[in-house]
Design a binder for this molecule. Structure first.
Ligand SMILES: Cc1ncc(COP(=O)(O)O)c(C=O)c1O
Length: 298
């Protein structure tokens, strides 16, 4: 990788909960941290870099990448930028037809020279199910959202960084809270975390059982150090509600920028779990997985 400068290790910041809330008093027993993976890079931010890093580092002679996603996909956006910088051909297969009204993400892809293919729902499903993912003869074919074993490997670096960043994490119980969409990031954390850590996912879409199966398909069923909470998706992927919106404004004032699709739902879940004292460790790490580009309107 020649061109892209990354902020690795990403910063670890201490957080405090809102001072006007009774939750703040209850939260005293917790120490809250934010792992700012959103700061890794303005575009290759958050778990995008983590999930793709291993593929990029393993295959030095990639000439063409193909991948899949929706019209606001952070995954396609990161890949588009990477391919542009590294002079690699990129084909983005996008669910839906945005030719009349391209999203900001699609406009960026066009500017970066991506070859865009719009597929209707059925064609997208069919194309995605073709079992030819992986690397062959210069072509890297990546599933939607980076859902594969290579993704897990890059995620393991988050654990290594955290252990190096705070001495207490190596001996005291830790819970990592993060958003879950494909389950790849959660699976990577569960697989590589020390025994005294717990990984608490917050589902950002309606996917009870499906998300758990995704995780199990990546790491098997021997791991019992993780759980996905399904109470904070606000009705489904990219859906929102008044309580979530209210929470997002408070959080933005108090902490770091988040968006409503991933990081916002995870932070909302975290706040509620803390309020209800449902987290069983002193140290809580909120993993900021980035994604702010997806929130752009124009
Ligand atoms: C910003 C952001 N956070 C979190 C996730 C969810 O991660 P995962 O698909 O690994 O569960 C995604 C989507 O992949 C994302 O774009």
């Amino acid at each position: 990788m020649k061109q892209i400068r990354l902020k690795i290790p990403s910063p670890l910041q201490q957080l405090s909960l809102h001072s006007d809330s009774t939750a703040a008093a209850k939260a005293v027993k917790y120490k809250l941290w934010c792992k700012r993976d959103d700061l890794i890079h303005p575009i290759m931010s958050g778990n995008k870099w983590r999930k793709l890093a291993h593929s990029f580092n393993t295959h030095q002679d990639i000439r063409h990448i193909i991948s899949y996603g929706g019209g606001f996909s952070n995954h396609l956006h990161a890949l588009g930028y990477f391919c542009h910088q590294e002079n690699i051909q990129f084909t983005a297969r996008i669910r839906g037809d945005y030719r009349q009204h391209p999203t900001p993400m699609i406009t960026d892809l066009s500017n970066w020279g991506t070859q865009i293919e719009y597929l209707n729902k059925d064609a997208f499903k069919l194309a995605r199910e073709q079992p030819k993912y992986g690397y062959k003869d210069g072509l890297l074919h990546i599933p939607e959202g980076g859902f594969n074993q290579s993704g897990l490997q890059g995620v393991s670096d988050i654990i290594k960084e955290l252990l190096a960043q705070h001495l207490a994490f190596s001996s005291e119980p830790v819970t990592i809270v993060l958003p879950v969409a494909t389950g790849t990031t959660l699976a990577g954390l569960a697989k590589h975390a020390p025994d005294h850590w717990f990984i608490q996912g917050i589902a950002v879409l309606k996917g009870e059982q499906y998300l758990e199966q995704n995780v199990q398909s990546l790491i098997g069923d021997a791991y019992t150090n993780w759980h996905i909470n399904h109470a904070y998706h606000a009705g489904g992927y990219a859906k929102t509600n008044a309580e979530l919106n209210e929470f997002l404004t408070q959080w933005d004032h108090a902490h770091c920028p988040i968006e409503r699709i991933y990081s916002g739902k995870a932070a909302w879940g975290l706040q509620n779990l803390v309020n209800e004292q449902k987290i069983n460790s002193k140290h809580i790490i909120y993993l900021h997985t980035g994604g702010l580009q997806g929130a752009r309107k124009a």
